[in-house]
Ligand binder design. Structure first.
Ligand code: GLU
Length: 419
């Protein structure tokens, strides 16, 4: 069992023990419902055939259709996808949307392929998934190294396999689509927007003045860059950033818009002229008020969590699983607040739900409506998690699990187990 899946299992056990979760429901939720593994061939630009491994794990669908992203990354394997699918079930339950949890991906490094090859890889995977996805069954979305274009290819491939009369009513088979292909306004920035709503609420709670706050971000893809751009109007200052190309710092502040424009051109933050390069340890030792990990799993561990400076007041998890169990313990000992992933980064799946609803009803909402409804969902989730943390006297990660598990347990109790 990989590190990251072990983390999920232990997080789950901890919350289930603390809340006294019913033993049968505990057994059911401890394992994913379905696991699809597909090995498929793709013809490369030079005519060679390469084999790829694709995954879709469907953890639970008792609250609604399976829902979750697809990522393209060398680290994708069955255990990672299991962990990510399980987190999706908790995430939707916390923000009270009618979805279950799933996740998938392809084990590959997209940098190695041309746009045409990526299109072929994506389309062939979508075709191979076949009836394992569907608008009322399992609905993929973007994740690490996938985006609206990826979703458009999946949409087109999926619809092409249907009889003509069924195509228009199946557009909600994926979310995170380009706006012109049935996507929702505000979906692109949604995860970052959710992180910022969470931080806003936390700052109110802790009477932190965001206009004087400093922060550092790990990852400057969709989540990291949108979080930084949306924090700018609050006056918070971005003082260090790290991504797969390196880390940079500037105590006077880095402009998120300028950095995003630079990354758009160069595909990474390395060499950004208005900041100095630093190493990984110095990055994690940045003296700032807030840390926003928005990249991959297992970044704050027994080794690295002690590096966080005494000034850090909160870790707001834009990524899924950036802190392992030792990391959690160390944050607690240091008195650092935690906005856990399954609450903090739920904005993406919330606006996916709005996109799915708009498609089903043939509606198109304006941005104010999307943002207003997202704010309510995130703030509602935040309040429920805070209450559970007080009631059970646990850290916010365990509290978030308790909120999710209670919702699932209530439903299982009503429905019972077939036969
Ligand atoms: N990949 C995102 C996540 O981890 C969004 C999932 C979705 O919109 O279905 O939450």
């Amino acid at each position: 069992m990989s590190n990251v899946y072990q983390t999920v299992v232990r997080q789950f056990d901890r919350a289930a023990d603390r809340m006294g979760l019913d033993a049968s429901i505990r057994k059911i939720l401890a394992e994913p419902m379905n696991e699809v593994v597909i090995h498929f061939p793709v013809k490369m630009d030079d005519g060679r055939i390469e084999m790829f491994s694709g995954y879709r794990v469907q953890h639970n669908d008792v609250l609604g259709p399976f829902k979750g992203g697809l990522r393209f990354h060398p680290s994708v394997d069955i255990d990672e996808v299991r962990a990510l699918a399980t987190w999706m079930t908790w995430k939707s339950a916390i923000v009270d949307i009618p979805f279950g949890g799933a996740k998938g991906g392809i084990q590959c490094d997209p940098i190695l392929y041309s746009d045409q090859e990526l299109e072929h890889i994506t389309r062939r995977f979508a075709f191979s998934l076949g009836a394992n996805i569907g608008p009322e069954y399992d609905i993929p979305a973007p994740d690490v190294n996938t985006n609206a274009q990826t979703m458009a290819w999946i949409l087109d491939t999926y619809l092409s396999t249907l009889p003509p009369g069924e195509r228009h009513r199946s557009v909600h088979v994926v979310t995170g689509k380009p706006v012109e292909a049935g996507g929702s306004l505000g979906r692109d920035k949604a995860t970052g927007q959710g992180v910022v709503f969470c931080i806003e609420r936390w700052a109110q709670d802790r009477t932190v003045d965001l206009s004087k706050a400093t922060y550092f971000v790990q990852g400057f893809g969709n989540v990291g860059s949108w979080t930084a751009k949306l924090l700018k109007p609050f006056g918070a200052s971005l003082v260090a950033v790290e991504d797969h190309t390196g880390a940079i710092a500037n105590a006077d502040g880095i402009d998120p818009e300028e950095l995003a424009a630079y990354v758009e051109e160069t595909c990474g933050i390395a060499g950004f002229p208005k900041a100095a390069p630093i190493d990984h340890e110095s990055f994690l030792r940045t003296k700032a008020d807030m840390f926003i990990p928005a990249a991959l799993e297992n970044q704050l561990t027994a080794e690295t969590a002690p590096w966080l400076d005494a000034r850090v007041k909160v870790v707001a998890e834009g990524a899924n699983g950036p802190t392992d169990l030792d990391g959690d313990r160390i944050l607690g000992e240091k008195g650092i607040d935690l906005l856990p992933d399954i609450l903090c980064n739920a904005g993406g799946v919330v606006v996916s739900y709005f996109e799915w609803l708009q498609n089903k009803r043939s509606e198109f909402w304006d941005l104010e409506e999307v943002d207003g409804k997202l704010r309510k969902r995130i703030m509602g989730g935040y309040d429920r998690v805070r209450e559970a943390a007080d009631e059970y006297d646990v850290n916010w990660r365990t509290a978030a699990y308790i909120v999710a598990l209670k919702r699932l347990a209530r439903l299982y109790k009503r429905r019972g187990i077939f036969p």
